[in-house]
Design a binder for this molecule. Structure first.
Ligand code: PGA
Length: 293
C-alpha cells in the first residue's frame, strides 16, 4: 500500500516524498478574509525570502480568493511552497453563485484547499456532508484538502470532544478510497482555541491528533493512517510551535492570525531550529575548533 501511496503522490506531480515514507510536516497559513492584493503582495515579498530555503517541510499560504493568482505567481514553481484556497465547491460548474470549482482552482495553480473550517461551518452552513463532498471534489481534481475538525468549548467541557471529533472525521472521509484518503490532510482546530490566544496544551493537541489517527486506522488501516498528515490549529504562535511539533501525531500547523505577519509565520515555519544568534555562535565555535585541528 505504501508504495502505491508514494506512486500516487509522484503521479500528481507533487514534491518528491521521502523514502522510506515519513510524513512531511506542513505549516499552512490561513489568511481568512484579510489582505487586499496590494497588501498580499507586500506580505509575500517579505515572507518568501524568509522561507524559500526551507527543506523537509511544506509551506502553504491560503490567501483570499482574490489574491490566489497573485500568490501562485509570486511563489513560482517552488518545490516546498504551495498556495491554498479557503473553500471549494463539489460540483464541476453551474449555477452556484459565489462558489469556486476544484478545476478552476487547479487551473490557476492552487495545490491545497482548506475545507470545513469552523467559521464556514458556523457562518456559511457547511455541514459534515458538504465537507465530505468538498474534500472528495478537491482530491479528484488533484488538490490536497486540509479538512478541519474540532469541538466547541461546550462540547469539550461536557467531555464529549473525542466522540464529536471522531464522528466529524468519519463523516468527512465517508465513501473515500484509501489512496485518496492518504492524500488528505486533517487539521484539528478546537474552536475555543481559534483566535482566542488560548492554545490547547501540547498534550491536549496530541491526545486528539492521536485519536484522529486511530479513527483513520479504523476506517482504512494503520499504513494509510500513518501516511495522513494531521495538523493542529488554534492560536499557534512562534513560541508554541516547537512544543507542538515534538508531539508524535502532530504533523504541522494551520495558522491564522500569526500567518499575517511575515516574521512570525516564518519563525513558525522554521520550527525546531535554533535561534539564529545561538546557531551563529555554534558555527563560529566549530570554525575555531577546525582551525586548531
Ligand atoms: P488562529 O486561527 O491561529 O488565529 O487561532 C487558526 C485558524 O482558524 O485556522
Amino acid at each position: 500500500m505504501i508504495e502505491e501511496i508514494i506512486k500516487k503522490f509522484a503521479s500528481d506531480g507533487e514534491t518528491e516524498q521521502p523514502s522510506p515514507w515519513k510524513r512531511q510536516p506542513i505549516i499552512a497559513g490561513n489568511w481568512k478574509m484579510n489582505k487586499t492584493n496590494t497588501e498580499a503582495e507586500a506580505l509575500l515579498k517579505e515572507l518568501l525570502p524568509l522561507v524559500e530555503d526551507v527543506k523537509d517541510r511544506a509551506v502553504v499560504v491560503c490567501p483570499p480568493a482574490t489574491a490566489l493568482t497573485l500568490a501562485v505567481k509570486k511563489v513560482g514553481p517552488s518545490a516546498n511552497i504551495g498556495v491554498g484556497a479557503q473553500n471549494v465547491h463539489w460540483e464541476e460548474s453551474g449555477a452556484y453563485t459565489g462558489e469556486l470549482a476544484a478545476a478552476m482552482l487547479k487551473d490557476i495553480g492552487v495545490t491545497y484547499v482548506i475545507v470545513g473550517h469552523s467559521e464556514r461551518r458556523e457562518y456559511f452552513g457547511d455541514t459534515d456532508e458538504t465537507v465530505n463532498k468538498r474534500a472528495k471534489a478537491a482530491v479528484s481534481a488533484g488538490i490536497i484538502p486540509i479538512i478541519c475538525v474540532g469541538e466547541s468549548l461546550e462540547t469539550r467541557e461536557a467531555n464529549a470532544y473525542k466522540e464529536f471529533v471522531s464522528t466529524q472525521v468519519k463523516k468527512a472521509f465517508d465513501g473515500m478510497g484509501a489512496l485518496s484518503a492518504a492524500k488528505c490532510v486533517v487539521a484539528y482546530e478546537p474552536i475555543w482555541a481559534i483566535g482566542t490566544g488560548k492554545t490547547a496544551t501540547f498534550e491536549q493537541a496530541q491526545e486528539v491528533c492521536e485519536m484522529i489517527r486511530a479513527t483513520l486506522a479504523g476506517l482504512y488501516d494503520a499504513e494509510v493512517a500513518d501516511a495522513i498528515r494531521i495538523l493542529y490549529g488554534g492560536s499557534v504562535k512562534p513560541d508554541t510551535i516547537d512544543g507542538l511539533m515534538e508531539k508524535p501525531d502532530v504533523d504541522g500547523a494551520l495558522v491564522g492570525g500569526a500567518s499575517l505577519k511575515a516574521q512570525d509565520f516564518s519563525r513558525i515555519v522554521k520550527f525546531g531550529q535554533k535561534k539564529p544568534e545561538k546557531a551563529k555562535v555554534e558555527k563560529a565555535e566549530k570554525k575555531e575548533i577546525s582551525k586548531t585541528d
